[in-house]
Design a binder for this molecule. Sequence first.
Ligand code: ATP
Ligand code: MG
Length: 455
Amino acid sequence: MAEQDKKTAYDAADNTTSKPRSKSEFKSAKLSAVKGMNDILPPDSASWEWLEGKVRSLMARYAFRNIRTPIVEPTALFVRSLGEVTDIVEKEMYSFEDRLNGEALTLRPECTAGVVRAVVEHSMLYEGGKRLYYMGPMFRHERPQRGRYRQFHQIGAEVLGFPGAEVDAELILLANALWKELGLTGVRLELNSLGQPAERLAHRAALIAHLEKHAELLDEDARRRLHSNPLRILDTKNPAMKEVVESAPRLLDFLGEASLAHFNTLRGILEANGIAYTINPRLVRGMDYYNLTVFEFVTDSLGSQGTICGGGRFDYLIEQIGGKPAPAVGWALGVERVLELVREHGHAPAALVPDVYAVIPDAQALPIAIKTLQSLREAGVSAQMHAASGEGMGSMKSQFKKADASGARYALVFGADELARSEVTIKSLREGGGEQTAQPLANLSAWAQTLQSNA
Ligand code: ATP
Ligand code: MG
């Protein structure tokens, strides 16, 4: 059965939404956003820009460079990299056939596969390792709930071409620095090692034996995966399986010397840098491409969607996608969850407001007002123009009401009398307000400078 033909319980629950198919149905359909996909509107979008700005400046300080890959990729890329027997590939991908050439395409459910594809396609590791970061929307057909959407956003960091535990540590230090920048506290780091493929094979046999012993406790997914991908069972979100998962053999007990050394080096660096962590031997992550280090940053304050960031090593993925073998490690954070946490901590930035609002009593003053605002904007001032010429500019009272509502610090009044003297009136709208001065138009850029330095 083709992936996109598979129906899950989630799909059944979705049948309440209309799915127009014919031309006339398309014409009459009520248009709203797709379920689980959100509009990000002002003033909330300001916190998104704030976060993105913090990330850009932090990434620059860690010498990471930005990469932007397409949102649509060949379906085969995800099937091959994430693993066929994973939640994402089995039931969460938005896959479709290109109507024009029949290509099998998928809206990216994550970005590591695309980054690795791009790195291979452009031989980016030719002259050495790379530190890359990305931001953007991802798509998974999950049941929408708090902290879980069908279009959601990730920011991710990947280091490609370096095998050592010091880059695992560097990535964790980077994420930790971001939590600090954002004012987040109470974010815990959980750490595990998945070892190497041969070690996992030995563990796999023990794991299957354990799960078979408790077959009656396994849910449908787990039974199906018992022989195809038993490790995935440890990633279950089904509380009924908690006990059987907790008592399962631990991968950590199957690690050889080299894997243990990698793990211990990482732990040593984290400890030397004051990064607290707990070892979670059940942590396996949702994709098949990981080996050695895996980690998650979790919080208790977001309900059951408490993982804000997850990552690990994927030393075999580059080769799997057709590149020359090279090691890699990375993480991805969920922007919606991180921002919800930011809001909870009360650190979200203040809503954006303009510095000045131009009150224009008569449309005749529009040309000079427009020119003046342009020069203020060039000087770095944020200026909003009262725009209502079609309705006759509106009374001074209603214009001042709008000026107040804009949150601007000052109203610039382009009244006929003032303009006749080549002046504008500047009225303070905040901190008591009411204060009023006349400024020569020629002086406004000097005034704008005092505004900047008082900001
Ligand atoms: P979860 O266990 O919560 O399903 P995951 O292991 O599937 O997460 P990853 O694929 O590792 O998540 O993605 C990294 C981060 O992206 C997650 O830690 C989470 O913060 C965020 N994330 C993943 N799926 C969603 C979603 N559907 N909606 C919102 N954020 C998401
Ligand atoms: Mg998931």
